[in-house]
Design a protein around this ligand. Structure first.
Ligand code: COA
Length: 257
């Protein structure tokens, strides 16, 4: 079905594997187009409750945007390339179902940005992170200047982007980018185990959590969003079921309504 992705749906979890191992899973136009379609599937396919994005092979998650597609681009074409990446990564960030990055190797440039666009990351202890665009006379173009600062803070984002240096999975965890670091063989089982727990919760509540956290800001707007979404949960059957099940001392059965 796809030329550059492997997509597998099992027990409600859609695993999207970027599959160009000979090019360290670099994001070329085909990968981006197919990723866009696969994420549409996460939104629209009712059999999918959550998703994992990972890379094929044991060397790379994604080693960045495909540099061979950069040569000869004009300023306008460069902006169009960034806009396309932004649209797809925003679609990932705003997905109403959990999307987790399972970072299995190099997550550089657009690869680090892709992982940052996911709702959270789990990494293999062999993973390496970095934004080396500055070595090419460039800056991150798929949201990295904005998302990295949110998780790692201004000083660390400035230093990583200006030096272009790579950091280990453990350092990335210390920077707040990665939730947990595990041996490579445990990576997918760990993420799947976490998603099975998350998937057992009320789907509309999950979508509202993602929405509210995405609306975080330093003004009243984020709090207002939470007030609205909290109220909306009361209009769902699942919230009534959750509260009733608690009071009846039984497990809730959520239906996504
Ligand atoms: N775009 C296009 N091709 C890429 C790529 C990228 N971002 N990253 C790796 N590749 C290709 C290499 O060109 C090479 O292809 P070839 O075998 O046809 O020559 C293949 O993937 C393997 O990479 P190689 O560089 O030989 O592996 P390595 O183990 O020596 O080095 C890296 C690994 C990740 C350090 C190195 O590939 C690298 O620096 N990649 C670019 C990272 C980057 O700058 N990303 C940001 C882009 S904006």
């Amino acid at each position: 079905m796809y030329e550059t992705l492997l997509v597998d749906i099992e027990e409600g979890i859609c695993t999207i594997t970027i599959n160009r191992p000979d090019k360290l899973n670099a994001l070329n136009k085909t990968v981006m187009g197919e990723l866009d379609k696969a994420i549409d599937g996460v939104y629209n396919n009712e059999a999918i409750k959550s998703a994992i994005i990972t890379g094929s092979g044991n060397k790379a998650f994604v080693a960045g945007a495909d540099i061979s597609e950069f040569q000869g681009l004009t300023k306008e074409q460069g902006m169009a390339l960034a806009k396309r990446g932004h649209d797809i990564f925003l679609k990932i960030e705003r997905a109403p179902k959990p999307i987790v990055a399972a970072v299995n190797g190099f997550a550089l440039g657009g690869g680090c940005e892709l992982a940052l666009a996911c709702h959270f990351m789990i990494a293999a202890d062999s993973a390496k992170f970095g934004q080396p665009e500055v070595n090419l006379g460039l800056i991150p173009g798929y949201g990295g200047t904005q998302r990295l600062v949110q998780v790692a803070g201004k000083g660390r984002a400035m230093e990583l982007l200006m030096s272009g240096r790579m950091i280990t999975a453990q350092e990335a965890q210390g920077y707040g980018m990665v939730n947990e670091v595990v041996p490579p063989r445990d990576l997918l089982p760990k993420v799947k185990e976490l998603l099975q727990t998350i998937q057992s919760k009320a789907p509309i509540a999950l979508a509202n959590i993602i929405d509210c956290i995405n609306h975080f800001d330093h003004t009243q707007k984020g709090y207002d969003r939470e007030i609205q979404k909290f109220g909306e949960c009361f209009a769902t059957e699942d919230m009534q079921e959750g509260a009733t099940a608690f009071l009846e001392k039984r497990k809730p059965s959520f239906k996504g309504k």
